[in-house]
Each structure stands twice: as structure tokens, then as C-alpha cells.
Design a protein around this ligand. Structure first.
Ligand code: ADP
Ligand code: F6P
Length: 331
């Protein structure tokens, strides 16, 4: 598609909204913002349930201002979410675009991560105006400094790790706490810094040098430290077997705690509610301006939008300065 075509103004009458990929706290605040901003702009709104899967199954209902009452403070997503392999195919994408047309959906807000944006990009190429809103606890979307759900998830992890740390100190144990992040170490890095972890293992950087961890534990023990906290990202995993090996090598009782999905649920923090509201509302304004193939983001203190093609081509690098700061705190 040519750049001029992507930005050519097309009047939007009905805006669809869906959530896709992993749920994230604050997605409801984003859905609510889409619905209420669209109503404020005089547009009709349709909720597409269960992401692209629900689109292909025509699981679509009208939404109005009241449909999103009492949702701002709730975790999860009232539209449900799904992963849909059929939508990865050209046939599935064409079917999706046809269903949008059949239901009069000429603008679509997709709340999710990079995978969901790739789907939105395909629909945009098929003539459905689309705007993506970043929703993932992983904070791994390159075009934005913030993604909905991260603040809640990392605070949930921090609170849980505080509790594990209490018992770890009381028993003078080593604790390996596994946090979410299959490919991204942001939750691990942030909670590791916030909880004063001795080690933070992230998929972007871990060198699998377990002997170094073992040496550090023995050194710390000699210095009189009562506990040793290792934050391990899901992408590295194997926390239970790692705990067994560390205990055998150091003689320090070692336990693994896997926090799991508790990090993805729960009431969104103030930050998640406000950012979700701003991003959802901005997505609607962009559609109303006739824009398509865009993704909204928060960069350098401002809410803005990017071309999806450019956004998906960007690479995100975890800050080496932040990593070295974390290391210096635990020496
Ligand atoms: P996230 O949006 O959190 O990155 P996924 O990567 O699981 O989550 O993507 C969510 C859904 O988006 C997928 O199940 C699929 O339906 C759709 N999707 C992902 N990648 C593509 C793609 N390249 N083309 C079309 N649709 C895609
Ligand atoms: O939401 C992000 C995330 O939690 C990743 O860290 C994790 O790898 C993935 O979702 C797992 O999601 P699911 O278990 O639902 O496939």
C-alpha cells in the first residue's frame, strides 16, 4: 500500500474494538476509553469478542456508554481474548476484513502486543482502517516506552517478592523467584531493582553461568548476608531444578517460587488506568481523522502515534545502564 493511501482521509461511522494476545490489567480501561470517546465523537461502536478468533466467528455485539460502566477498575478483559492461528493466514485475514465490512466496521482498534498489531496491519492493507493500542505486561513493544498492564504486573510481582523475601530472610535461605516474561526481562529487571535482588536473570542477557551465581552466594554467605534473592525471568525458567543445583553446590537451603499468572490479573494501578484511557481515546481520534495502519504509544513524555510497519520494524533494547545499576546495587 502506498503511504498516501494509508493516510487518505476516510470517514468512519462504526468503530470496532477487540483485545488480542495475553490479557493485561488496564485493557478494560482502554476498551472503555474507545467506547466512550467514539460515542463522544458521534460514532457507533461494536465489541468484537475473543480477539481475531471472535472476529472470524462473528462474535460481535453493539456497545454503548453503559456497556463499559464499572469496568475501569477491573483486571482482565471484558471482551475476552484469544490466540487465533487461522488469522495468520491470508484467507483468514480476507475473511476478517469481509466480516468487518458486513458489520459496518470501517475502523478498528486492536488492543494487544506486536502479534496483534501484525494482524491489524494485514486488515489495514485490506481496507479496514486500524489503530493498535499497546497492551502487554511484558513492556516489549519497541515503539513505546509504556504498554498497558506493565505497572500493575510489576507492582504485583514486587509485593509478592517482598513477602517471599521475609520468609527467605527468616530461614536464611536462597530464593529463586520466577516472574513472567518469555522473551522480555522488563518485569524481572524492574522487580529485581525494586526488591533489591542479588541476581536478576533475563532472557536478553543471561549467559547460563550458574557457577558465577554459586560463587556469589558463597561469598555473600561469608559476608554474613541472611538471604540471597534471585529473580529469574520465565524465558530462562527451570527455577525448581536451578534451586536444587544451587542448594547442592552451596549448602544453602534454596527454594523456587513461580509467581505465574497472578502477575497478569488484578485491579489496574492508577498509571495503567490513565495511560489506557489516553491511548484508547487517542486511537479513536486517529480513526476519526481518517488515519489507518497506526499504533499509539508513549514516548519521551508524550502520547503519539506511529506507522505500524515502522513500529514493527523497531527493535527494543533493555537499557544497559539500568542493568549495570542493578548489578552495582547487589555487589
Ligand atoms: P501479542 O499480540 O500479545 O503479541 P500474539 O503474538 O499471540 O500476542 O498474537 C495475538 C494474535 O494476533 C495471534 O493469535 C494471531 O491471531 C494474530 N497474529 C499474530 N501474528 C500475526 C501475523 N503475522 N499476521 C496476522 N495475524 C497475526
Ligand atoms: O502477557 C505476556 C506473557 O505473560 C508472557 O510473559 C508469557 O510468555 C506469555 O504471556 C504467556 O501467555 P500464555 O501462557 O497465555 O500463552
Amino acid at each position: 500500500m502506498f503511504a498516501e493511501e494509508k493516510t487518505m482521509a476516510k470517514e468512519i461511522n462504526t468503530i470496532g474494538v477487540l483485545t488480542s494476545g495475553g490479557d493485561a490489567p488496564g485493557m478494560n480501561a482502554a476498551i472503555r476509553a474507545v467506547v466512550r470517546k467514539a460515542c463522544a465523537n458521534g460514532k457507533k461502536v461494536k465489541g468484537i469478542y475473543r480477539g481475531y478468533q471472535g472476529l472470524l466467528e462473528e462474535d460481535i455485539k453493539d456497545l454503548n456508554r453503559e456497556s463499559v460502566s464499572d469496568t475501569l477498575d477491573k483486571g482482565g478483559t471484558i471482551l475476552f481474548t484469544a490466540r487465533c492461528s487461522e488469522f495468520r493466514t491470508e484467507e483468514g485475514q480476507r475473511k476478517g476484513a469481509e466480516i468487518c465490512r458486513k458489520h459496518g466496521i470501517d475502523g478498528l482498534v486492536v488492543i494487544g502486543g506486536d502479534g496483534s498489531f501484525a494482524g491489524a496491519q494485514k486488515l489495514a492493507a485490506l481496507g479496514i482502517n486500524t489503530v493498535g493500542v499497546p497492551g502487554t505486561i511484558d513492556l516489549d513493544i519497541a515503539c513505546t516506552d509504556y504498554s498497558i498492564g506493565f505497572d500493575t504486573a510489576v507492582n504485583t510481582a514486587m509485593d509478592a517478592i517482598d513477602k517471599v523475601r521475609d520468609t527467605s530472610t527468616s530461614h536464611e535461605r536462597c530464593s529463586i523467584i520466577e516472574v513472567m516474561g518469555r522473551d522480555a526481562g522488563y518485569i524481572a529487571l524492574w522487580s529485581g531493582i525494586a526488591n533489591g535482588a542479588e541476581d536478576i536473570l533475563i532472557p536478553e542477557k543471561y549467559d547460563y553461568d550458574e557457577q558465577k551465581i554459586i560463587n556469589d552466594i558463597i561469598r555473600n554467605r561469608k559476608l554474613g548476608k541472611k538471604h540471597y534473592i534471585i529473580i529469574n525471568a520465565e524465558g530462562i525458567g527451570h527455577s525448581t531444578s536451578m534451586a536444587r543445583r544451587i542448594e547442592a553446590a552451596t549448602g544453602m537451603e534454596t527454594r523456587a517460587t513461580i509467581l505465574g499468572y497472578m502477575q497478569r490479573g488484578g485491579n489496574p494501578t492508577c498509571r495503567d488506568r490513565v495511560y489506557a484511557t489516553m491511548m484508547g481515546g487517542l486511537a479513536v481520534d486517529l480513526l476519526c481523522q481518517g488515519k489507518t495502519n497506526r499504533v499509539v504509544g508513549y514516548k519521551n513524555g508524550e502520547f503519539m502515534d506511529f506507522d505500524i510497519d515502522e513500529a514493527l520494524a523497531m527493535k527494543k533494547e533493555i537499557s544497559p545502564y539500568m542493568l549495570s545499576m542493578a548489578e552495582d546495587m547487589s555487589k
